[in-house]
Design a protein around this ligand. Structure first.
Ligand code: SF4
Ligand code: SF4
Ligand code: SF4
Length: 272
């Protein structure tokens, strides 16, 4: 029963958020939304515990498709970072702001970059590419994320302060075009750098929020030094180049861990 504590705890957290938002905002959508996401994540964790090979992918596809197709395309909610800025400027604490607060700003204090491993619809597609383990050493290109971050902010600020009309429609098309761009750049980078997650490592603006918050994440992969034989397998299979054998907060690329569990699955000594 002990092994089911984590999925049950995550389900409880999401259901609590669902109920609180449903009651405080008097909107049944929040109950459905956070309930669905909590069930999808817990299902993936249950499948992982049951040693199903594609457990993470099941959650990633369930949540990613829901956000991209249902919330983004059908409900016209811009769930990308531009949508977050837009709602901030309009002073509305709704879909994209709540999504960012829960998944990408405060949530990472508890579950780190779990969003990136189990829910992101960009990575959902990138993870189908063949370069699951980076074939080359990491490059010092992380500064690009700050440029994309400020470009996204400047884009929405310019629309807002110029009093451009029909902003809702513009934000919908910004969501569609933004996603097409993310996929195009992500796929080209993955193929050129032979690394599925190159976009996540160097370009994604959301990591400007995710990285500092996940530094303090409660949920972390830890290494039992008494079992570890320093074989290096964990670092070899890690898609994000994390030095998972170092238990300190400052471990190399520690804020990049997407909790994908590849290191845990592949450790021959069960040290993780
Ligand atoms: S880094 Fe960005 S693109 Fe990659 S999984 Fe996280 S949010 Fe998605
Ligand atoms: S795979 Fe396991 S045994 Fe090998 S270095 Fe990593 S933690 Fe240690
Ligand atoms: S392989 Fe391990 S250290 Fe690397 S991202 Fe996945 S869970 Fe984190």
């Amino acid at each position: 029963m002990k092994k089911y504590i984590l999925p049950l705890a995550i389900l409880a957290v999401f259901l609590s958020v669902a109920v609180v938002l449903w009651l405080t905002k008097d909107n049944l959508f929040y109950l459905f939304n956070f309930g669905y996401i909590g069930v999808s994540i817990s299902l993936g964790l249950f499948l992982f515990i049951g040693k199903y090979k594609y457990a993470r992918r099941v959650t990633q596809l369930l949540v990613g498709c829901y956000m991209l197709v249902y919330l983004g395309i059908i409900c016209n909610e811009n769930m990308q970072i531009e949508g977050f800025w837009y709602y901030l400027f309009t002073g509305v604490f709704e879909a994209a702001t709540i999504h960012y607060a829960v998944a990408k700003i405060f949530g990472p204090l508890i579950f780190g970059r779990g969003w990136c491993g189990y829910a992101c619809w960009t990575a959902m597609v990138l993870d189908f590419l063949p370069y699951k383990q980076p074939r080359k050493p990491r490059k010092k290109l992380g500064w690009i994320r700050y440029i994309t971050f400020f470009l996204s902010l400047a884009f929405v600020a310019a629309l807002f302060f110029a009093h451009v009309g029909n902003l809702d429609r513009i934000m919908f098309w910004a969501f569609i075009i933004g996603n097409v761009l993310y996929y195009a750049v992500g796929i080209v980078l993955a193929v050129c750098m032979k690394d599925n997650r190159a976009f996540c490592k160097y370009v994604c603006p959301v990591t400007v929020f995710l990285k500092p918050m996940s530094y303090f994440s409660l949920l972390r992969i830890k290494c039992d030094k008494t079992k570890c034989v320093s074989c290096g397998k964990c670092k070899q299979v890690c898609p994000m180049d994390v030095d998972v054998t170092d238990n300190s907060l400052k471990r190399a690329n520690g804020t990049e861990c997407i909790l994908c569990m590849e290191c845990v699955k592949n450790c021959p000594k069960k040290a993780l």
